[in-house]
Design a protein around this ligand. Structure first.
Ligand SMILES: Cc1cc2nc3c(=O)[nH]c(=O)nc-3n(C[C@H](O)[C@H](O)[C@H](O)COP(=O)(O)O)c2cc1C
Length: 206
């Protein structure tokens, strides 16, 4: 079983990277493979709502969104990590998740997921809520920890000093591993994942 850990921040070796590598190390101890994917610093275009991905199964912009889309089948669980930028997740991660979930939400359906947010001081809860909403609109079991998944610091060294934050990452990894193992045991015992619902789509005027 394998978990994809996405670093949506501008620093390849910053606070978010440190938080995600703590998760990766703990997952390995629990017998679960993982891969860290850094979004990088090229601009990530936002979703233009053209609907092309609904027909083609991929975004018309052939960038990192499609690279991950093509590989989603390899992964059993997901962690989306971001620095807090003005009490929200990074603009890059927001655009990336908009387009990934618009084009390939079915490939992540019922797969456990977690958000990780990193900040110097404040806004972590708001960014945490923002990321979690992608999971809970897509029937993805949300993996929790002993605290909201946040690590504080301005650089990797400070992140390591956030002992409670780092422990929160380890607990999250242990819980992710447990959930993946439970789901696999369930599958082996014949417990099927529910079929995706035929969504009744309404809005507020009809
Ligand atoms: C554009 C921008 C906005 C930021 N906004 C916040 C904020 O709202 N709250 C906060 O505590 N830190 C804020 N920070 C600091 C980063 O969240 C913090 O340094 C983070 O740990 C960096 O993670 P990284 O090394 O993975 O990029 C901001 C940084 C940038 C670049």
């Amino acid at each position: 079983m394998k978990v994809l850990l996405i670093n949506g921040g501008p620093h390849k070796s910053g606070v978010t990277a440190e938080a995600l590598s703590e998760i990766a190390t703990t997952l390995e101890k629990e017998g679960i493979e993982s891969e860290i994917f850094w979004l990088g610093n090229d601009p990530v275009a936002s979703c233009i709502g053209c609907g092309v991905c609904k027909k083609n199964g991929k975004c018309f912009r052939d960038d990192a969104v499609n690279r991950i889309n093509e590989r989603l089948g390899e992964f059993d669980g997901f962690v989306f990590g971001s620095p807090v930028h003005y009490a929200a997740c990074s603009g890059a991660l927001s655009s990336f998740m908009d387009r990934l979930f618009m084009s390939s939400s079915s490939k992540m359906y019922m797969k456990p997921a977690a958000a990780v947010v990193c900040c110097r001081r404040g806004g972590a809860s708001a960014a945490f809520d923002e990321i979690n909403k992608y999971f809970t609109i897509n029937c993805m079991p949300v993996v929790s920890s002993q605290y909201w998944n946040q690590v504080h610091g301005s650089n990797a060294e400070q992140a390591r000093q956030d002992e409670e934050g780092m422990q929160t990452m380890r607990t999250l990894a242990i819980n992710m591993a447990y959930m993946l193992k439970c789901m696999e045991a369930g599958r082996k015992a014949g417990v099927e994942i529910p079929a995706p619902p035929a969504v009744v789509r309404t809005n507020f005027i009809r």
